[in-house]
Design a protein around this ligand. Structure first.
Ligand SMILES: C[S@@+](CC[C@H](N)C(=O)[O-])C[C@H]1O[C@@H](n2cnc3c(N)ncnc32)[C@H](O)[C@@H]1O
Length: 354
């Protein structure tokens, strides 16, 4: 069954990859740059909205590698690839982007886009078990051919583990009460369906956030945990430095503050690697030079939010690779700079979006 996905921040994301003046105008496609034999990556194909829009604006010599871990997204990608020879489809987690591209002989790319989280088809298909609005098996795996389902995990995790996941990834105040209720209920009756979990959570969460189902945060948390969404994002972003050509662009759309914080911290670190050695008496020439420059942050406008409720919380961040080569020990410098910036509060945990 195929459900449509309405792409968020479509034009600015594609413009971020191919519009030379994006850092000034940030608006849309005015004069896309025509790079012969350009190589792009859509690391989160979904139903290919961003991919198709990009392909409409690049020439016949361009290549687009599309990645998704969801088998149904891959089916859709293969259908598109059968009509457009510029596309190569990769069924993998995006943290394998580097290896997968090198298997195709590609070691450097002109642009990478990532549109994080779940797609509408994943949410809308009851059998995928992502939505508290639709009765279905409690699954929630993006790659539903492998790994534990939500029902399996909830049948074996301890109160402490469940509480931690719901508190950390859902920022849910009632995490402990929910975890206790899950473990106590499963002793007599296992949680099998989305409604089983949604109803149980609703019976525990006493305060209602306006416009939100009481199980929203719990479902988000379990999904993020099972799919290792934040770990994979944090692993993948630094790899993009190794792949992007000088002037190559990275465009990432996130949908909640946990994701956005990781993207923001990554760009900040890659733009300020000298933070790693701030305590050493080095000359300006000896300081590590930026690997990335941040060139924009874009939010959806009111019209987009009105047409697409998913856009409500979206943030697009864009960065451009500089000409600084990566030294053999760049990763150690990156990690030290990351620590140093966190210590200075530049990576404040609940940092406001700026
Ligand atoms: C928001 S949707 C992308 C929608 C797409 N931009 C479009 O316009 O149709 C996110 C997609 O990324 C995939 N995804 C999320 N995390 C992933 C990961 N770590 N590796 C590969 N794919 C991932 C999901 O399976 C989902 O299909």
């Amino acid at each position: 069954m195929s459900f449509a996905h309405r792409s968020v921040l479509l034009e600015p994301t594609v413009a971020a990859l191919i519009e030379p003046d994006f850092h000034i105008k940030r608006a849309g496609l005015i004069a896309p740059k025509a790079i012969p034999n350009a190589v792009y990556v859509d690391a989160t194909f979904g139903r290919g909205g961003h991919s198709q829009y990009l392909l409409q604006h690049v020439d016949a010599s361009a290549r687009l590698f599309v990645i998704d871990k969801d088998p149904q997204a891959i089916e859709a990608a293969q259908a598109l690839a059968s009509q457009d020879q510029r596309i190569t489809v990769i069924h993998a987690g995006f943290e394998q982007m580097h290896t997968a591209l090198s298997e195709h002989g590609v070691h450097a790319v002109d642009g990478i886009m990532m549109d994080l989280g779940v797609s509408s088809p994943q949410l809308d298909a009851a059998e995928r078990g992502f939505s508290f609005m639709r009765e279905g098996p409690l699954d929630m795996r993006m790659n539903n051919s492998t790994g534990l389902t939500a029902a399996e995990w909830l049948s074996q995790a301890s109160v402490e583990e469940i509480k931690e996941v719901i508190a950390d990834y859902g920022e849910e105040r009632f995490a402990f009460q929910i975890a206790k209720a899950i473990v106590s209920r499963r002793e007599s009756l296992p949680l099998r369906t989305t409604s089983d979990l949604a109803e149980l959570v609703a019976s525990v969460v006493r305060t209602r956030e306006k416009g939100h189902h009481p199980a929203t945060r719990t479902f988000q948390a379990i999904r993020i945990y099972l799919n290792r969404e934040l770990e994979e994002l944090a692993l993948t972003l630094p790899l993009s430095l190794e792949l992007l050509k000088p002037d190559g662009r990275l465009a990432v759309i996130s949908f909640h503050s946990l994701e956005d914080r990781i993207v923001k911290q990554f760009i900040n670190t890659a733009a300020n690697p000298d933070a790693a050695v701030a305590h050493l008496p080095l000359t300006v020439e000896q300081l590590p030079q930026p690997w990335l420059r941040s060139i924009g942050r874009v939010l959806p406008n009111a019209a987009e939010i009105e047409h697409n409720v998913r856009a409500r919380s979206a943030v697009l961040r864009v960065a451009e690779r500089t000409y600084t080569p990566l030294q053999d020990d760049w990763r150690a410098t990156f990690d030290q700079a990351h620590q140093a910036l966190a210590g200075r509060g530049d990576h404040s945990r609940r940092g406001k979006r700026r």
